[in-house]
Structures are given as structure tokens and as C-alpha cells.
Design a protein around this ligand. Structure first.
Ligand code: S3P
Length: 172
């Protein structure tokens, strides 16, 4: 598959459980691009896990660490980048995403209960999901941020990862 000539980076955004990492991996392999997961990139750079970073530094400092990892990730070409669910909460993160040229941002959307169930099935440790009511409030607060950043929004509620990738490739 020929990669879109005008683009150097595809960025996947959305809440936890949206499928950013799974879809990003498949999309990158279909395009022959590199896949980069921002959480994994951050863990590699700091030598700590995401829950450890939250515990040790708190969320505000976590977002600063995330910004430096994001700036480094956005320096790479021919890359599909999966953000963390909370990345768009950081003002620096939003500016970086909006101002990096040749970057196309895709919002993977689904209703909160669908996302929450997917996360419970995955069983990944996520500090932000410990309180479901607070997570629901965060979802509502973040939704307009995801939308505002996105060049394209796709509802993944009834789609498999492969179907989502097919729809994305058709839209690029
Ligand atoms: C977070 C989402 C996580 C990770 C961290 C914080 C959030 O990323 O960055 O646990 O604030 O929503 P995923 O969306 O990849 O799980």
C-alpha cells in the first residue's frame, strides 16, 4: 500500500479503550510505517511504568514528562503514533500536536460504557480508571478536546480493529 505522500505522521487520539494502540499497530503495518505508542515511549525514556510515574510524581508532573516524550515522538517521520488517553489535556501537548507540520490526527470515538467495558476486559493497570465515576467525568471533559484536535473522527463502537483500519485507509 502506498503511504499518503502529503503526510509524515498519523496520530491516534481518544479515551482509554478506544483502540489507539491496537489500531495504530495494524495501520502502521499496512502503511509500512513505524508504530510508536506514547505510553511505551515514555516508559522507555524514564525506565518506570505509567502507574509508577503517577505514584511518584502525580498527574501534573506526569503530563510534563508526557510532553517531552511527545515532542520527541513527533520528531519522527513515517510514523503512526498512539497517544495516551489524557495527552490532549496538556496545553503543551495540544500545541505540539497542532503545530507539527504534516501531522494528521484521528479521533477514535465510542460511548463511555463501551470504552469502560473494553478496559475492564484488557486488565491493564490505569490509574485514571480506579474511580469509574471520576473516569466518566473525565471522558465528558475530554470529549471536546479530542474533537477539536482531530482532522477525522471515527466511531469504533461496532467496528473491529481491521474494519476501523480499512475505513481509515479509505479516508486518507
Ligand atoms: C491515561 C491514559 C493512559 C496512560 C495513563 C493516563 C489517561 O493511556 O497515558 O494511564 O489520563 O487517560 P491509554 O489511553 O493508552 O490507556
Amino acid at each position: 500500500l502506498a503511504s499518503p505522500p502529503h503526510l509524515r505522521r498519523l496520530v491516534l487520539t481518544g479515551f482509554m479503550g478506544a483502540g489507539k494502540s491496537t489500531i495504530g499497530r495494524v495501520l502502521a503495518s499496512r502503511l509500512g510505517w513505524t508504530f510508536l505508542d506514547l505510553d511505551a515511549h515514555l516508559e522507555q525514556r524514564t525506565g518506570a511504568t505509567i502507574p509508577q510515574l503517577f505514584d511518584r510524581h502525580g498527574e501534573a508532573r506526569f503530563r510534563l514528562l508526557e510532553s517531552t516524550a511527545l515532542a520527541s515522538a513527533l520528531g519522527q517521520s513515517n510514523t503512526v503514533l498512539a497517544l495516551g488517553g489524557g495527552t490532549p489535556e496538556g496545553l503543551t501537548n495540544r500545541l505540539l500536536l497542532e503545530q507539527t507540520p504534516a501531522t494528521f490526527t484521528i479521533f477514535l470515538d465510542a460511548p463511555f460504557p463501551v470504552l469502560f467495558d473494553r478496559c475492564m476486559m484488557q486488565g491493564i493497570a490505569r490509574p485514571v480508571l480506579e474511580d469509574p465515576d471520576a473516569a466518566q467525568l473525565r471522558f465528558s471533559a475530554r470529549h471536546p478536546l479530542y474533537r477539536r484536535l482531530a482532522h477525522l473522527t471515527i466511531d469504533t463502537t461496532v467496528l473491529t480493529s481491521e474494519e476501523t483500519v480499512d475505513a481509515l485507509i479509505a479516508a486518507l
